[in-house]
Design a protein around this ligand. Structure first.
Ligand code: HEM
Length: 491
């Protein structure tokens, strides 16, 4: 097709999608939620779709098969691994972030550090921190069960800060947490194509801020100042812990141990810091989202919960908490984990990739420079693959003989060379959390003042990047005195 179109100068069409309006394109009809992509797919009878927003061309893939072909086939993987240039990113001092780096040598070197520290084998090094944080979570749920949302957040951010810096977060009000959250929220809002005029017309940055019509720099300055602090505070902490002899193992402290003994270059130091800063943003909210989905799924599906608890009681008993060594012996818990990640992929519409060369696929033209996104939420709700996709059914991951089936690919971690490099850490964290909470707690509906069940809404909210369970109430009741003692003894 490529040769033919070059020869005839007639190119194949873009994939189907809604007709763009002048200048704004599809800004007004661009889906606000991932469910709408499934509808678009049905409406335009295609698993590959096309839209334009303020001059940015966006291709969206709704099917796993297409995503595997485009992101992973040896002939295409490289072409689909770049990230779009977002002009506002360097102005906010956010170009340290690996997940938005252009595909190239700088990204490759950072990715290598990530792979060395988060591959399947290395991920096991984090088990003692994961266990300690899960136990703190269990204790928090015992002390103030109604505050399960806060415990969820505390678990995720304290785990990440501990793994990266050995930094002990005291509360979700820790300045490092509040500032990072604010920087990520404002930064994400400004980084989308329509988030700032600087993304649409980069040359506007040459207009002095005092001139009428100049773009606003308020948000940019705020993100820059917050990013500076979020980088400074944990590094100060690491420095002090070396001075005071109170260092605990973590990615950054291990690096400095090495630097002070065998030496390391300044470039390596910068890269390790960049990895640690990136992981806070990449790991925290995604884990919070997955845990929120798990809490909801258990409260709304008591039968699933009972089945999972029966398996834990049979295999582990009630005298100890689960460990990662139990993972292979608890297939139903494994299926609950897979179903949590399927039911609500935390990033329902992927981080944008960018095409580095023109491509021709399924008779469509996909030009170089296009934003390329895939919709994991559309894939994990494909009725052909997952019948009754909006029901929470871990049973879908078993074969007819009652063994776990081979569908163990977690689509929420994405495809190809930019796929989540922390997926082994994320997987063990989520598994341990699920097994430990089910071992100790019954999650159920909360009661109102008259003792009636409070119904749980089934809604999830999407902010353009992440999907989170909408706020709901539920109860955490410790399963037995033995469970309570286990929690208290281990804290
Ligand atoms: C449930 C938890 C998690 C989910 C669902 C998740 C999902 C994702 C997704 C969808 C991407 C973008 C992939 C793409 O662009 O195609 C990503 C990138 C990334 N993730 Fe995760 N993630 C999780 C946890 C983690 C953890 C625990 C770490 C680190 C320990 C991590 C580190 C990263 C990094 C560094 C990137 C950027 C990779 C690159 O651009 O080369 N993530 N993740």
């Amino acid at each position: 097709i490529k040769r033919l179109s070059e020869y005839s100068k007639i190119r194949p069409p873009y994939p189907p999608g809604p007709k763009p309006k002048p200048f704004i394109g599809n800004l007004l009809d661009f889906p606000a939620t991932s469910k709408e992509y499934v509808e678009w797919g049905k409406q335009y009878k295609s698993t590959i779709l096309y839209a334009e927003v303020l001059g940015t061309r966006i291709v969206i893939v709704n099917s796993q098969q297409d995503a595997e072909e485009l992101f992973e086939s040896p002939t295409r993987a490289r072409m689909y691994s770049d990230r779009p240039v977002i002009p506002i990113v360097p102005l906010m001092d956010c170009d340290y972030n690996i997940s938005i780096m252009r595909y190239g040598e700088e990204w490759r070197q950072h990715r290598k550090i990530c792979q060395n520290h988060f591959n399947a084998h290395a991920a096991r090094n984090y088990e003692s921190i994961q266990m300690a944080k899960v136990r703190q979570l269990l204790q928090g749920l015992l002390d103030t069960p109604k505050e399960f949302d806060i415990h969820n957040k505390m678990f995720s951010v304290s785990l990440t800060m501990s793994m990266m810096y050995g930094y002990e977060v005291e509360s979700v009000q820790d300045p490092c947490v509040t500032m990072a959250d604010l920087a990520l929220t404002i930064g994400a809002r400004l980084s989308v194509p329509g988030g700032s005029m600087l993304n649409v017309i980069p040359a506007l940055r040459h207009i002095p801020a005092w001139l009428p019509g100049a773009p606003s720099y308020e948000g940019i300055k705020q993100v820059r100042a917050l990013t500076h602090e979020v980088k400074r505070i944990p590094m100060e902490f690491v420095k002090k812990s070396f001075e005071n002899g109170t260092v605990t193992p973590s990615l950054v402290t291990d690096f400095y141990e090495r630097k002070y003994t065998v030496g390391a270059t300044k470039e390596e130091e910068e890269m390790v810091k960049n990895v640690a800063f990136t992981v806070y943003g990449a790991a925290s909210d995604t884990t919070i989202s997955s845990t929120g989905t798990f809490f909801y799924a258990m409260a709304a599906n008591p039968d699933v919960q009972k089945k999972a608890q029966a398996e834990i009681d049979l295999v582990i008993g009630t005298k100890r908490l689960p460990t990662l060594a139990d993972r292979g012996s608890l297939p139903y818990i494994e299926a609950v984990y897979r179903e949590v990640m399927r039911f609500n992929p935390p990033v329902p519409l992927s981080v944008p990739h960018c095409l580095s060369e023109d491509d021709y696929y399924k008779g469509y033209f996909i030009p170089k420079g296009d934003y390329f996104r895939y919709a994991p939420a559309a894939m994990t709700h494909d009725e052909e693959v997952y019948p009754e996709p909006f029901s929470f059914k871990p049973e879908r991951f078993f074969d007819e003989q009652g063994n776990l089936n081979t569908n163990d690919r977690i689509l929420a971690y994405s495809f190809g060379r930019r796929a989540c490099v922390g997926k082994h850490v994320a997987s063990s964290t989520m598994w341990l959390l699920i097994a430990s909470i089910l071992a100790c707690y019954n999650i159920g509906k909360a009661k109102d003042g008259d003792g009636n069940d409070i119904e749980i809404n089934a809604e999830f909210d999407e902010d353009g990047f992440l999907s989170h369970k909408r706020k709901f109430e539920c109860s955490f009741v410790v399963r037995s005195l033995a469970s309570q003692q286990l929690i208290e003894e281990t804290n």
